[in-house]
Design a protein. Structure first.
Length: 620
């Protein structure tokens, strides 16, 4: 039975009693202290109840914010939510004035009086209770993660072919379908290859201590009996004997591996490597084989040598990227077939572009976007750029997923303060395609409030830099720079900067920063990178100040930048104008975002390439 912890102030006992009654009617076991007993139990007793709970319903009011035991319960529940990196807290505002204090960091559903019973039942319907159906709209919005045929076939073909790769890391930012992908892999194997043995472990559903125990995790994945007293040698021997005795292809699937700390990942890889080598060195049946498929937001820790410089299992990466226009068009064509809606060809083209822009290719958002369009009877594709539609379709995803506390902050001290600093940092850097510590220092120098918040969080710039790199929003992390996943950056930029004037300000600030970097004497490939980012921000400035003149002005703007930024004395001793021209051409051609920006303007991309090449070191 689902157990729910109900946190409330005794001043709100009337609504709390009603909430407890609704949750019990839905089949939950509710931990509900009578009003006269509130605040009398020890923190240790409360902590035990917090650990037992499957979800927490918190009633927010000025009385609750001012009550110490409510704050303690909330802190315990929030800490557990952070550790488990899944939603556990459901907050309801039962009195005016409850959006300040420690409650300000979370969304609150209004239950302001007077509240009818139907309103109360509907509002509490989002709290997950086993055996009780959730809202059908939310289920449909999560929808299928469509058209991963290429990625699926790549992994499945390797599994059915002897001698192919046996270790895979499926990586993607949140909500791009890692769990769906693993489920599909297992279903396809069960459907077509009944001789293969597949086991799946999702760390979100396992005890917390398993995240720090590589031995137990490996035993669980290969259905081996636990041995608390066993050594690493015992584990390897046990697993090798089990795999050889079964004489089958055993495929172990691990989901949510980002919950493992780095030392556990390394231990896991070392142990699995030993098992794999031992299995391959022994006489065995022809079908004996072990395969590991891991899903994680972080791929880097599953490759390379261990900290002693010894080789361990390298996992081949399967990147799940955002969807392109073809998937959107396919969905529209299916809708046309299933519901007999007649789309003209240009109608499909318009809606494809509009829905792709609204969803930025994210599967969960694409399903929501198409659902909205269907409800709106596909009336006006231009509405996809309206902020009211953004607020309806996209903002709940941005606030509930990308910017939620469990996405951004690791458990520890000063959680609230650090969460606030990260939100502010993301607002400031959301316009940049690449971020270095120079970007953070630039904004700290120009934003006293940001600097004060960093101090209050007891962080240095280096700590903030490290925290940004650990979020699920960053891709392509290196020691020297971070890059926000482009679809996420597009959503955050629109979320934080809601009009052309605000976007003009942030892109002007970015241009100022890069002009400063160029003036400080950087040379070689760093100057090429700065130059390309300057072109990007100039293009974005034109888009929000003179969109109609973008095609006419951008080539000349790029030429002027090339003359000013890439002078002969910036080439460095190892390079000349030919190398710089080749580097700029190559990087611009590989720049998907720049290509998408210029695509609506026929010939603009080539015009920019030509104008830049002609103004680097005299041109060709």
């Amino acid at each position: 039975m689902t157990r729910i912890f109900l946190s409330y102030s005794s001043a709100d006992s009337e609504i709390a009693t009603r909430v407890a009654g609704v949750l019990r009617e839905r089949g939950a076991e509710v931990y509900f202290e009578p009003p006269q007993d509130r605040g009398t139990r020890s923190p240790g007793a409360i902590a035990q109840e917090v650990e037992r709970a499957d979800a927490f319903v918190v009633l927010m009011s000025p009385a609750a914010l001012g009550t110490e035991y409510c704050q303690v319960e909330h802190q315990m529940a929030a800490y557990r939510e952070l550790k488990e990196q899944r939603r556990l807290l459901y907050k309801y505002r039962v009195a005016e004035g409850s959006k300040d204090g420690w409650g300000r960091l979370w969304d609150q559903v209004d239950l302001l009086p007077p509240v009818s019973q139907n309103e109360l039942v509907d509002a509490l319907g989002v709290v997950p209770i086993a055996g009780s159906p959730g809202p059908s709209v939310e289920r449909s919005r999560e929808g299928p993660f469509r058209n991963r045929h290429d990625e699926l076939n790549r992994v499945l073909d390797a599994m059915k072919t002897s001698g192919e790769h046996d270790f895979w890391i499926v990586t993607a930012p949140p909500k791009l379908g890692k769990t769906w992908f693993l489920t599909k892999v297992c279903a396809k194997l069960a459907e077509n290859y009944s001789d293969k043995l597949t086991t799946t472990v999702d760390l979100r559903e396992q005890p917390l201590d398993l995240r720090h125990d590589a031995d137990r995790l490996l035993r669980l994945l290969f259905n081996a009996e636990a041995d608390p007293q066993g050594s690493a040698d015992d584990l390897v021997g046990d697993l090798v004997r089990i795999i050889l005795k079964r004489g089958r292809h055993h495929i172990a699937v691990l989901d949510s591996a980002e919950l493992l700390d780095r030392s556990t990942v390394e231990s896991f890889r070392i142990l699995a490597s030993r098992v794999f080598d031992e299995v391959n060195s022994k006489p065995s049946k022809p079908d004996t084989r072990m395969t590991l498929v891991v899903a994680s937001r972080r791929a880097g820790e599953w490759s390379g040598m261990n900290c002693q410089g010894e080789p361990v299992l390298d996992f081949r990466v399967v990147n799940l990227s955002e969807f392109g226009d073809r998937v959107v068009r396919d969905m529209l064509n299916e809708i046309s077939t299933d519901s007999q809606v007649e789309f003209q060809r240009d109608h499909v083209t318009q809606w494809t572009a509009a829905l792709q822009q609204l969803s930025v290719g994210l599967p969960a958002l694409l399903v929501r976007s198409v659902e909205w369009a269907r409800i709106d009877q596909f009336y006006d594709s231009d509405a996809c750029s309206d902020y009211r539609v953004f607020d309806t379709v996209v903002r709940p995803y941005v606030e509930g997923e990308l910017l939620s506390m469990h996405t951004l902050v690791e458990p520890g001290d000063k959680i609230a303060e650090r969460y606030g600093v990260l939100l502010k940092a993301l607002e400031l850097i959301s316009a940049y395609r690449m971020v270095t510590t120079s970007h953070l220092k630039h904004h700290l120098d120009h934003d006293a409030e940001f600097g004060a918040a960093l101090t209050e969080a007891a962080w240095a710039v280096e700590d903030l830099w490290d925290a940004i790199g650990k979020t699920a929003l960053v891709t392509g992390v290196s020691d020297l720079w971070h890059s926000l996943f482009p679809p996420f950056r597009a959503l955050l930029c629109k979320h934080f900067h809601r009009d052309d004037e605000r976007r003009r300000v942030v892109h002007s600030s970015a241009r100022e920063l890069y002009e400063g970097l160029a003036a400080n004497g950087i040379n070689g490939s760093d100057r090429v990178r700065v130059f390309l980012e300057l072109i990007w921000h100039e293009a974005m400035l034109l888009q929000c100040t003179d969109a109609g003149g973008l095609a006419a002005k951008l080539p000349d703007t790029a030429a002027a930048l090339a003359k000013r930024v890439i002078q002969p004395d910036t080439f460095g001793p190892a390079f000349g104008p030919a190398e710089f021209r080749a580097s700029v051409r190559r990087q611009l051609r590989e720049d998907r975002e720049f290509a998408a920006l210029t695509k609506p303007h026929n010939g603009l991309f080539d015009a920019v390439l030509t104008s830049v090449a002609q103004n680097i070191g005299g041109g060709t």
